[in-house]
Design a protein around this ligand. Sequence first.
Ligand SMILES: CC(C)(COP(=O)(O)OP(=O)(O)OC[C@H]1O[C@@H](n2cnc3c(N)ncnc32)[C@H](O)[C@@H]1O)[C@@H](O)C(=O)NCCC(=O)NCCS
Ligand SMILES: Nc1ncnc2c1ncn2[C@@H]1O[C@H](COP(=O)(O)OP(=O)(O)OP(=O)(O)O)[C@@H](O)[C@H]1O
Length: 229
Amino acid sequence: MFLVGLSGGIASGKSTVVAVLRELGCAVIDADVIARQVVQPHSKAHQQILQHFGTEILLENGEINREALGNIIFSQPEKRQLLNSITHPEILKEMLKQVLKYFVLGYRYVILDIPLLFETHGLTRFMKYTVLVYCDPATQRERLMKRSGLGVAEAEARISSQLPLYEKLKWATHVIDNCGDRESTRRQVLRLHAHLEDSLDFLWARLVVGTALAGFGGLVFLLIRHFVS
Ligand SMILES: CC(C)(COP(=O)(O)OP(=O)(O)OC[C@H]1O[C@@H](n2cnc3c(N)ncnc32)[C@H](O)[C@@H]1O)[C@@H](O)C(=O)NCCC(=O)NCCS
Ligand SMILES: Nc1ncnc2c1ncn2[C@@H]1O[C@H](COP(=O)(O)OP(=O)(O)OP(=O)(O)O)[C@@H](O)[C@H]1O
């Protein structure tokens, strides 16, 4: 089994790409979804967030007020680091559990949608491939503002809380260019999917050839031993 890390920037189109991969039957783990689960009331992370950020970031029902917390962490880097240090270990633990679940279910590769994949030290080394969902800064900002109703300054603050996408281009093994229309993105995702499936065949081929060579070597060894003794 191998892991594929999928990343991008805020509103660069990760969910759009993931929707196509899921449609094709891929196993995908979404870090943003897990990030919501691990801060549910009574969880360890919920308690820690409350302790450090105070009751003003709670809704009446006790859940985290995501808008309020977002406003804090996207404008104050040290608070962002604090929130990351609370949530990231819990998110990673849950991701690992889900990887194991897919392994037991017999999936041969799992795609991990992790917005901060390239920002999180050492994470890419567990990935056979890393896929960057790219779009240019102007398109990214425009889509983010349209989706979230944020103003220019707030959108810029969120974008600059992450490594610029052009930096991430250097680290990715595969790039999906999502600057164009959805159809163009879909075509690129189909190509990526074909590549992942091919690379599985390649793994199987290596396993079969390796086993055959080992068997042949063993046979030669037995024959030599038989004739020499
Ligand atoms: C700040 C929070 C409450 C805002 O919630 P909200 O519902 O508005 O946004 P959502 O969770 O859908 O995230 C949207 C996007 O914001 C970006 N983002 C989220 N958290 C961070 C962060 N700590 N640093 C930089 N970018 C981030 C990602 O690109 C993400 O895809 C929430 O994002 C959060 O709890 N973040 C900390 C956990 C985290 O790092 N999540 C990212 C996945 S590892
Ligand atoms: N090729 C495209 N053409 C037009 N709009 C797009 C395209 N791709 C994505 N969008 C829109 O841009 C916004 C961001 O896309 P999406 O939610 O897929 O990004 P994301 O990277 O998952 O965002 P986040 O990490 O912030 O949740 C959405 O409103 C989506 O509908």
